[in-house]
Design a protein around this ligand. Structure first.
Ligand code: ZN
Length: 713
């Protein structure tokens, strides 16, 4: 086993295969909570079993296995070849890894199905890799990544959960939980740049929840291109509950005209997808998933204070300059914040990534050094995929001109001669072009070093899904354009992180327009919406925190017209459920507001953050609507205090009862209220979970933090 692991690459695995012919090969993969079995025969690959370890009940009954469709044809020189896949062997490395190999004779192709089980708890991942062993360039259909059937136990029904991206603003719906029936059809698209509007695309996460049986499964796609997740109801069958056939992979997989081009000797790899099982409700499943994402997907975090309290200059828009930055840094220190972040406005123009000397006469490094001298980290906004019209002499490493003759082909199409960029938006590169990616990497490496950056924020579209260039590696298929552009984006950031291993990365593609498990592998936190009111922040957090760990869910908090101290606290707390970025000029606050803000920041550091970093999150109410009460709660069972974050909408109801979760039933808890003169009480965990905890808020639009601390008997 150790030898196989050390060999590493799939190609070397292939050389060690033991042939299995004429009969099925089976492999079992297992994490500490999910067990999955796969079977392969000639032309056939399927998940035959999926269950939570220890419970014994199988989500895939005998009649419900759904085959993963292998590529059916290949085109070369206008000739179409039907593909016949012979199963050629299997490598099985304990319960942690299995590789099935299939071969096709004409044209010569090799397909590997790679299964990987996480160490500890978490899901099982799957990737397909197709290698062209022929001497011709082939056009292949885009392969799907995974398909499986899953049925609830007899007498139980299934609910399908999914969430929308926050994008420009959270829609009225956000979190969906739809009952599954035999006629159920749901097709969820995730785009590299989310649509705004009512046909909002989904974060590529989904869960099948059997409420009455208190069990479920979750699945997701680790890719930022055009991907799709479909769920179709299975026909009713005796002896089982409702079920679905799920399929996850590239949009348009196995459909015409979506094709990818595969050169002789090259390998195409499908997006990696994952599936895992859990007991309990959808929050229990999400909490298991979050621990795995923190451990296995998110880049390592070098600062133990993560998530860092941040002050961002965008509250003043493009007006940021040296004096404002200095004033804001002093505010940040006085409030107890930990990072100062210069947003758009510091550069000369989009595509000219030199500091604007009129705004920063001493250079941006001087501002970074001031931040460091004050004990703050320093972050910077860079829309590094954007080109502009600045003449590209004299500094071609920092300037990207869309009309430069040797760079024009980096862009998806020619810009009209009279084209001009706006203040902070230019024309986006196609990162499928390797030369464009090389230039971006060189630019970013220079900016990180020259400006002494601790954090790099990227904004604007990163990944295009439309490009007319025939010299790029993609075909005309929009899914294939996005596929290669996403791989190009990953190459830039993976290389940059190797050069700067302690650098923090923020994804802010115009707010929450790019949210998926491919970008989660590249960044430490993600702006989840581009509307910053308390209600929008709470809605976006409610939705996104099903799919992403709360610490990665960034809310920008802007100044709101508030009438009372309680409303001011609500404004701050609505952005303090995950990563908190304050985006306003606090010098405009009153003395009382400064005192309130310092108190909330201190509470965040001492009582909220340890739970946000690694605690379990519970959505205690329906999604916030600004009228009813809404609340989330953290608990971790590891001795740290649980916390309830409760918000009253415009409702006349001055009191609301919350049933707490994640406490030990037999333990005694001290319950303290942050605001008002509410007496501290001691109650059992069982009592708080079953009888509930009443919160009184006399003022609409106000909020309360309740700390629930286990006490020794
Ligand atoms: Zn392109």
């Amino acid at each position: 086993m150790a030898l196989l692991r050390s060999l590493g690459t799939l190609g070397i695995f292939a050389a060690c295969l033991a042939p299995v012919r004429g009969h099925a090969a089976n492999a079992e993969l297992a994490t500490s909570d999910t067990l999955l079995r796969v079977q392969a025969t000639d032309g056939h690959l399927a998940v035959t079993s999926l269950r939570l370890r220890g419970t014994g009940r199988d989500w895939v009954p005998r009649d419900s296995a759904v085959a993963i469709v292998l590529p059916a044809s290949a085109r070369a020189d206008d000739r179409e070849y039907p593909l016949s896949w012979k199963h050629a062997g299997m490598l099985h490395d304990g319960k942690e890894r299995a590789v099935f190999t299939f071969r096709c004779q004409e044209p010569a192709l090799e397909l590997r199905s790679v299964w990987q089980a996480a160490r500890g708890s978490g899901p099982v991942e799957h990737t397909l890799a197709v290698t062209n062993r022929s001497t011709q360039t082939l056009l292949l259909p885009l392969s799907t990544s995974l398909a499986f059937g899953a049925r609830a136990a007899a007498g139980h029904s299934l609910t399908h959960w999914w969430v929308e991206k926050g994008a420009g603003y959270p829609t009225g719906h956000g979190t969906h939980h739809d009952p599954v029936s035999p006629g159920y059809r749901c097709s969820l698209l995730s785009l590299p740049y989310s649509r705004d509007g009512d046909d909002r695309d989904a974060i590529p996460w989904t869960a099948g929840q059997a409420d009455t049986a208190r069990e479920g499964w979750y699945a997701g796609i680790e890719f930022s291109g055009r991907v799709r997740l479909t769920l179709n109801g299975l026909p009713a069958a005796a002896g089982t509950g409702t079920g679905v056939a799920a399929e996850l992979g590239l949009d348009g997989a196995n459909q015409e005209p979506e094709r990818t081009r595969l050169l002789p000797g090259a390998t195409w790899q499908s997006p990696t997808v994952f599936v895992g099982c859990y007991a309990g409700d959808v929050d229990d499943g999400a909490n298991r998933l979050h621990r795995w994402v923190e451990r296995a997907l998110r880049p390592p975090v070098s600062d133990p204070r993560y998530p860092l309290l941040t002050l961002n200059s965008w509250g003043s828009g493009m007006a940021v300059d040296e004096p404002l930055a200095r004033r804001m840094m002093d505010d940040a220190v006085s409030l107890g914040l930990e990072m100062f972040h210069v947003d758009a406005g510091w550069f000369r123009s989009p595509g000219d990534w030199r500091a604007n000397p009129a705004k920063f006469p001493h250079g941006l490094a001087a501002t970074a050094d001031q931040a460091h001298a004050k004990g703050l980290k320093f972050g910077l906004w860079v829309g590094w995929t954007q080109g502009g019209i600045e003449p590209d002499a004299p500094d071609r490493q920092a300037i990207l001109n869309v009309f430069a003759p040797d760079r024009r082909d980096w862009f998806p199409h020619d810009c009209p001669p009279n084209w001009t960029p706006s203040d902070f938006t230019g024309a986006a590169l196609c990162l499928a072009d390797p030369a464009a990616g090389d230039w971006c990497l060189s630019l970013l490496d220079r900016l990180v070093r020259e400006f002494h950056l601790d954090l790099l924020e990227h904004d604007q579209p990163m990944i295009v899904d439309s490009c007319v260039r025939t010299g790029h590696p993609h075909t005309a298929s929009s899914a294939d354009v996005a596929y290669h552009a996403a791989r190009g984006y990953y190459r830039v950031y993976d290389a940059l992180r190797r050069l700067h291993p302690t650098l923090l990365f923020e994804d802010c593609v115009n707010g929450g327009h790019t949210v998926d498990y491919g970008i989660v592998r590249r960044v430490h936190y993600i702006s989840i919406t581009d509307t910053y009111s308390p209600l929008a922040n709470r809605r976006a957090f409610y939705d996104t925190s099903h799919a992403l760990p709360p610490s990665m869910c960034e809310c920008y908090v802007q100044n709101e017209p508030v009438r009372t101290p309680a409303e001011f606290r609500t404004m701050l707390r609505s952005g303090m459920m995950g990563w908190f970025t304050l985006m306003c000029d606090p010098t405009q606050w009153t003395a009382e507001q400064h005192i309130i803000a310092r108190r909330q920041v201190s509470l965040y550091k001492t009582r909220l953050r340890p739970l946000i970093r690694s605690g379990n999150l519970y959505h205690l109410t329906e999604r916030p609507d600004g009228e009813r009460w809404d609340a989330v709660q953290y608990a971790d069972g590891a001795g740290r205090p649980a916390v309830l974050m409760a918000f009253r909408g415009t409702t006349p109801e001055p009191r609301h009862l919350f049933h707490l979760r994640g406490l030990r039933p037999e333990a005694r808890y001290q319950v303290t209220f942050e605001d008002g003169d509410v007496p501290t009480v001691t109650r059992s965990g069982k009592d708080l979970m079953e009888q509930g905890l009443a919160v009184d808020l006399p003022e609409p639009g106000s909020s309360q933090l309740v700390f629930v601390t286990a006490v020794a008997r």
